[in-house]
Design a protein around this ligand. Sequence first.
Ligand code: FAD
Ligand code: N01
Length: 548
Amino acid sequence: MTDAVTADRIDPSPAGKGSITGTFDAVVVGAGFAGMYMLYRLRALGLSVRVFEAGAGVGGTWFWNRYPGARCDVESMQYSYSFSRELEQEWNWSELYAAQPEILAYANHVADRFDLRRDIQFETRVTAAHYGETEQGWIVGTDRDDLVYARFCIMASGQLSSLHPPEIPGFDQFQGDWHHTGAWPHDPVDLKGRSVGIIGTGSSGTQAVPVVAKEAGRLYVFQRTPNYVLPSPNKAMTPEYAGVWKAHADVLRRKAHETRTGILYNFGTKSALDVSDDERTAEFSNRWKTGSSILAAYTDFFTNIDANGKAAEFVRDQIRTIVKDPATAARLTPTDYPIGAKRICIDSHYYQAFNRENVELVDIKAEPIERFDARGLQTTRRAIALDVIILATGFDAVTGALARIDIRGREGQPLASKWQDGPTAFLGLMISGFPNLFTVNGPGSPAALSNVLMSIEHHVDWIAGCVQTVRARNCSTVEPSQAAEYDWTNTVAEAGRTSLFQKAASWFNGANVAGKPKQFLVYVGGIKAYREKCSAVVANGYRDFIFE
Ligand code: FAD
Ligand code: N01
């Protein structure tokens, strides 16, 4: 099963063999929003760059995740690049929250507008990257037998690009069609009138359910943990709204930088416990109706478990109201972790889908899946016949894409052995013992809990600044000190440990992949604190770094 899912995306072959086929100042791995902007910035510094991208096109997440219902849950005026005023002014979004095809079209527009493709080698997977002490740079190998040398290597390989299939026996015996949401086919998938099973009810699964339900003959939703799913405020973009954004983009984006997530919501200013029950319910109800974020209504959902409980209970009430069958409603209701501790899901009529005759919720905690077979799957209670299985089981997040590359630093140390007990990195950007290797959104970055595109721009700008400094100082290499890396790793762990995020098993803390060290992979302290720290290490003359 694991092999089947990953075979088309992995082909490990060691670097260091054969002769060098190309020399560049920098190699960038991945042509999602991070890799594209990294290329743009490095080019502007005058560097020669080669980008390797496993997919056949740009866009990363939005190239791979073409499943029915895939859509952004950050407003598109915010989830778009800010680096070019012209780009910002000329691009028009058709909806407030763009769907996958439009975001992919935007990525392609950016690639064309800035002539990025000439430096991107598509359908090429980087399999190895070895630091050469003599060369003071990186030798990078691919599954197409490239073996290139570059002084700098930037991993823009994505936090959510490495698929995580479920470990359930018998999958290879299944005779029907199956697809992972994160590697959805480019050709339309025929679901009409067929018996479809969706495994997983995270952000991907909850987006897919309402859309698939309308097409499938019968839809089984296999749920292990219920999620809190809030209504999407999506609607058509109006010229007035876009016009205000475009006119004030600088100010609005600067304001967003000052928030914890980098996303501008309609923020409340009081504690949820300082208002009457009636006032709070009215506020929640209004936000539920309009799709305005419930978690922004009051200031203390992430710091006070009692305040959090008020929002959680309101959502539970909505589930009970919307879902007509009380037993199904009860199974859909999260009860054992705070709202927001797993990533909030934003839906378009998820709960309503369970009122349809053709949709059935299968609670696989009560009725675990034992195995797949030729005709579908077998739970502990019954056989369920399926024509199509949709795996919405998520990703080996943050470290997965890096773990699939044979990365070796000083003295040939494999990154896998350095990270065997969990990843250590400085600011999610660099790793000690791995000079001139940068990670965009690496472990310890707050990106996953933010408007990721905004975090990407910040990280890429920081990396470009660091590369520029190496050159300006007439040095060959830079790496963080072990002490700085140790301190930041502890800061990330401590922020996680003392937060509500530790009260749920999620990919934020490595809990979704069997055998993965349980450690906070995301800095939960917010982007404001993080950005200040990043600026401080530059302002103090990169004291936490070793330049050679
Ligand atoms: P990616 O987009 O993942 O790109 C990484 C690229 O690297 C991929 O194309 C991959 O093929 C390539 N790659 C990886 N390994 C290799 C290798 N070894 N060799 C060659 N190429 C390689 N964020 C938000 O802020 N708001 C949202 O609403 C939102 N929605 C999302 C919806 C989905 C379905 C998913 C999965 C994620 C979503 N995210 C969202 C997070 C999203 O991943 C980021 O917003 C952003 O697109 C990440 O860009 P990236 O370039 O860092 O990584
Ligand atoms: O993955 P997930 P995702 N048997 O890990 C279940 C971004 N994103 O692809 O919770 C049965 O969240 C698992 O169950 P449990 C966003 O950052 C954003 O949905 O572990 N079930 C869970 O229900 C998001 O957080 C958007 O008990 C199994 C589901 O599969 C991230 O991508 C849209 C299982 C996985 O949920 C990942 O989201 C989509 C097994 N063996 C994605 N293994 C938007 O912004 C796992 N599961 C709109």
